[in-house]
Design a protein around this ligand. Structure first.
Ligand code: NAD
Length: 512
């Protein structure tokens, strides 16, 4: 049995925690509100956190502004060295932090460790990147002129994160933003504040050991009100926000109104096409892990299976059998496949979606429901379920953050691709096929309209090396690998004249 108290002690989490941190310094007004963090695993209150007030918030911003003046002058490879040490510190704390992720958020222990591994991986990636923040050089049309572009840091990067990847999303943003020369202010989800405090303690130790001043990595806790301080604040040039499409529309509008930059990572409605040429055994693993992993609470969770009519019955039978074998329970027990939803509001949303689906005509071939009994005392454990539906049902067009899997039958690949694309979101997509023509069509510009398109892999579980994000209501942002770093910098074009005349561009004459 996991000794939660020893994990909390190892990570420096007290029973009452302050509201904000600028590094090693922590604080919070005495009259501030309190957030209690309850574990969805067993319903226990883990600890409390104070909420950041407007005055606290302003003092953090001032620290961050001052820190930026210093941090941007540190050479990028030296900033990379700090991020390398952060990666090492995370290696050291992987077990404790991964366990707290599992206990506070409810994902399986393996996925908790996996999330910390992603943090380590992005640190490694960022270290290499710190010597590769390349700009292009161009040939000038004027003689004895040189043109090039360079990338400069933006300033304060505001990070607003969701509950379901409570620590990895911060690191995707922070590791890149820091090597790019920015300072960060992180507002984690109010549902998972303790894992955020643990991360802040880990990075603060690294910064302090290197005599980096306060204000380079900052944490502020609270609900959306604190997020709104950030999106309306023109002292924060970039807001990177991960969460629901509803949130993204609000943040995007607020940041847009002040002509700031936003990087939005929002909801998905991800489908796997199971073709007549699919390897059905492999497809089964991809589909079931995609649909029930993290209890269906990944932005890339598989929500829809679009199945060819010729394999529909055979594949459905396999699915029903596999669902019958799923073990639901304590995610810290590695024998279980499915843990709890984040809270009882999420359970209500799950039940509500099942009802709506039935009203629209959905036929449940694996029934859902809330689990009762001693093992499920938190009230957050639900049964993964499967319904045969039509793609245009309102509920199917909507992202329900729970393990509800919708099945849709198709005849032709063109029809399957149209169904896959026929939702407002555009995050992750996949096709299971051994047919080269089908695979290539799916990946072509006549295929998937998503930011992520896979062949013979499910929709969930991306690697950090690629750019991560999606189109349409998913928000258009890209984080993590490839050239996602550019979002954290401003581009400057430079032209240098080393001749002794001043020729104008386009041959324009201007004689005095
Ligand atoms: P949420 O939208 O309720 O909250 C996310 C964060 O935004 C929280 O920190 C919250 O306090 C803050 N927030 C909410 N409204 C705000 C506002 N108006 N202004 C400023 N901040 C605001 O999302 P959630 O329930 O925590 O997470 C689940 C959602 O996140 C799902 O839709 C999921 O698909 C999405 N998600 C997307 C990605 C991705 O990379 N595309 C990754 C993880 C999660």
């Amino acid at each position: 049995k996991t000794d939660v108290q020893s994990i909390l002690n190892k990570l420096g989490i007290a029973s009452n925690n302050p509201a904000f941190s600028t590094g090693s310094e922590w604080g919070g007004a005495s009259n501030a509100g309190i957030i209690d963090s309850f574990s969805p695993v067993d319903g226990h209150k883990i600890a409390s956190v104070k909420v950041t007030t407007q005055a606290d918030y302003n003092s953090v911003i001032e620290k961050a502004q001052n820190a930026f003046i210093f941090w941007k002058t540190v050479p990028s490879p030296k900033r990379g060295e700090i991020v390398r040490q952060l990666g090492d510190a995370l290696r050291h704390h992987k077990e404790a932090l991964g366990t707290l992720v599992s206990y506070e958020m409810g994902k399986s222990l393996q996925e908790g460790f996996g999330e910390v591994q992603e943090m380590i991986d992005i640190c490694d990636f960022a270290v290499g990147l710190s010597r590769q923040l390349y700009g292009l050089t161009m040939h000038s049309e004027r003689p004895s002129h040189r043109m090039y572009e360079q990338w400069h840091p933006l300033g304060i990067v505001g990070i607003i994160s969701a509950f379901n990847f409570p620590v990895a999303v911060w690191s995707w943003n922070a590791a890149l933003a820091l090597v790019c020369g920015n300072v960060c202010i992180w507002k984690p989800s109010e549902k998972t504040p303790l894992t955020a405090i643990a991360c802040q303690k880990i990075i603060a130790e690294v910064l302090q050991a290197n005599n980096i001043p306060e204000g380079v990595s900052n944490l502020i806790t609270g609900d959306r009100t604190i997020g709104e301080f950030m999106s309306n604040d023109n002292r924060i040039p970039l807001i990177s926000a991960t969460g629901s499409t509803r949130m993204g529309k609000e943040v995007g509008a607020a940041v847009g109104a002040r002509l700031g930059k936003s990087l939005l990572e929002l909801g998905g409605n991800n489908a796997i096409i199971i073709s007549e040429y699919a390897d059905l055994d492999m497809s089964l693993i991809g589909a079931v892990f995609g649909a029930v992993g993290t209890a269906g609470q990944r932005c890339t969770s598989t929500r829809r299976l679009i199945i060819h009519e010729s394999v529909y019955d055979a594949f459905t039978a396999k699915l029903v059998k596999a669902y019958g074998q799923l073990k639901i329970g304590d995610p810290l027990d590695q024998n279980n496949h499915v843990g709890p939803l984040i809270d009882t509001d999420a359970v209500k949303a799950y039940l509500d979606s099942i009802e709506k689906c039935k009203v629209e005509g959905g036929n449940f071939i694996v029934e859902g429901g809330v689990l009762q009994g001693d093992k499920y005392i938190s009230g957050c454990y639900v049964k993964p379920c499967i319904a045969a539906v039509k793609n245009d049902y309102k509920i199917v067009q909507h992202e329900t953050f729970a393990p509800i899997l919708y099945l849709i039958k198709y005849k032709t690949l063109d029809e399957a691709i149209a169904l896959q694309n026929g939702v407002p979101q555009g995050l992750s997509s996949a096709i299971m096929t051994l047919n080269l023509r089908e695979a290539e069509q799916f990946l072509s510009n006549q295929g998937s309209d998503c930011g992520i398109a896979n062949v013979n892999i499910g929709t969930s579980g991306a690697e950090i090396g690629g750019a991560f994000g999606g189109e349409k209501e998913t928000g258009g942002g890209r984080e993590s690998g490839s050239d996602a770093w550019r979002a954290y910098m401003r581009r400057q074009t430079n032209t240098i004249n080393y001749s002794n005349t001043l020729p104008l561009a386009q041959g324009i004459k201007f004689d005095l």
